[in-house]
Design a protein around this ligand. Structure first.
Ligand code: PLP
Length: 446
């Protein structure tokens, strides 16, 4: 067992990794982790990084939050696995109740699973089952997961589906309101939400809405490049869905649990979904997903042929219950709003000084910086070199967007103003350095 746990040299890790699926050759960072604590990750050389990735939006209270760890330890001494199909257990029920309360009581009928993709698979089945309809709409630029059903709803990068077709044939894609790069070629001044008209036309000409079970939507697209829709779009979409009895399924896997400064993004945007899916941060790094449906739909779930052996694992349930408690006790939502505001303000100021920053957007502590080579053409500038420069300087900031030109800021929700300020200083240095290499005026003169 020597060397399995504990300090391992980078060389040995690299050697041992030959046995790991080579899909991980494309990682965000050349990082070998030794340990992680709060907002920090320490690598096998002892170097400290400030973690703006939170394991892709999962460790929302930072790594190993002491209260969450002690709840998990306590649960280890009670029971570790039961399976919700075998018997009822207290913490599954308590968590279901807490989640429903956090939605303001409008959603319930909680089904717990293991991950985000599994939550979306379930939500898809629930929508088809309850409505008895067969078609589903999803958005260009969306990311809902990597298993067949969720992948069928995903379109942030076509490569995700390469050599995997056919997937589900009952999914069509509609344009997301990505105002900085409108799918319909409009700009913000000339736009009257034609992307919404697109859905209306679709219902009139392509598919009768009574054949459509649901529209799956991320309230803010994450993997697609942190894209925030206008609130008006969401309100009008909700109205359209209600008019035709089409379910509005909000994938809150990334936006949920305080990431945007509210418990859920639907509360921020003031929309009422029929179904929501949760994952990532809800158990602060332990695997857990959840589906909640509108109260009026709960009875309709009776008899749905669905299940999971590990869904609602007791350790994950305890971690989730404690995560909720900590968010309340430590006033985490206030921190997200306060620090999120100053971070966004600082980024917006940086944008004024640097032409390679095309757009700064997001809500709370889910922020994106879109990079461009040229302000007129908005030609994307891949952000990997920026991310790697930040990595060298001790910051883990992942990249997203269809063109891989967006830095995705997903720090822990309890991050301090000081750490955010040090990030801004470092980002400014890096952006200045990279920008010097891309003198677009020079390129124009060529
Ligand atoms: N939905 C959204 C919005 C996501 O961002 C992700 C993951 O990035 C998923 C679903 C899939 O979650 P998981 O990786 O836990 O399956």
């Amino acid at each position: 067992m020597e060397g399995l746990i504990g300090p391992i040299s980078r060389k040995k890790l690299e050697e041992d990794e030959k046995i790991v699926a080579p899909i991980f050759k494309v990682r965000h960072f050349p990082l070998s982790v030794l340990k992680a604590e709060g907002p920090f990750i320490i690598d096998s050389d002892g170097k400290r990084y400030i973690d703006f990735s939170t394991g892709m939006g999962a460790t929302i209270l930072g790594h190993r939050h002491p209260k969450v760890i002690s709840a998990i330890m306590d649960q280890l001494n009670r029971y570790v696995h039961i399976c919700a199909h075998v018997g009822q257990y207290d913490i599954y029920t308590q968590l279901a109740k807490r989640l429903s309360e956090l939605t303001g009581g409008i959603l319930g009928g909680t089904f717990l699973c293991n991950s985000g993709t599994e939550a979306n698979e379930g939500a898809l089945k629930f929508s088809l089952w309850i409505t008895g309809r067969h078609h589903v709409l999803a958005y260009q630029g969306s990311f809902h997961g990597m298993t067949a059903g969720s992948l069928s709803l995903t379109s942030s990068e076509s490569v995700y589906k390469k050599r995997n077709l056919p997937l589900l044939g009952n999914v069509s894609f509609i344009p997301y309101p990505y105002c900085y790069r409108c799918y319909l070629g409009l700009n913000q001044n000339s736009c009257s939400l034609e992307c919404l008209t697109f859905v209306e036309r679709y219902f009139e000409t392509v598919r009768d809405p009574e054949d459509v079970a649901a529209i799956f939507l991320e309230p803010i697209q994450g993997d697609g490049g942190v894209i925030v829709p206008p609130a008006e779009y969401l309100h009008k979409l909700q109205k359209l869905c209600r008019q035709y009895g089409v379910f509005l399924v909000l994938d809150e896997i990334q936006t949920g649990f305080g990431r945007t400064g509210d418990w859920f993004a639907f509360q921020k945007f003031k929309v009422k979904p029929d179904i929501i899916t949760l994952g990532k941060g809800i158990a602060n790094g332990l695997p857990l997903g959840a589906i909640l449906v509108k109260k009026e739909l709960i009875d309709k779930l009776e008899g749905v042929p669905h299940g999971s052996t590990f869904g609602g694992n007791p350790l994950s349930c305890r971690a989730a219950l404690e995560t909720i408690q900590v968010i309340i006790e430590e006033k985490i939502l206030d921190n997200v709003q306060k620090v999120g505001r100053s971070l966004k303000r600082a980024l917006t100021n940086l944008k004024k000084e640097h032409f390679i920053i095309g757009d700064v957007r997001g809500e709370g502590l889910m922020l994106g910086i879109e990079f461009i080579r040229n302000p007129e053409s908005k030609e994307p500038l891949e952000a990997r070199s920026i991310s790697l420069e930040l990595f060298k300087k001790g910051f883990l900031v992942p990249v997203g967007g269809t063109y891989k030109n967006v830095l995705r800021l997903l720090p822990p929700l309890n991050i301090s103003e000081e750490l955010v300020e040090s990030f801004i200083e470092t980002l400014e240095e890096v952006v200045t350095k990279i920008e010097r290499r891309i003198d677009y005026y020079k390129e124009e003169r060529k």
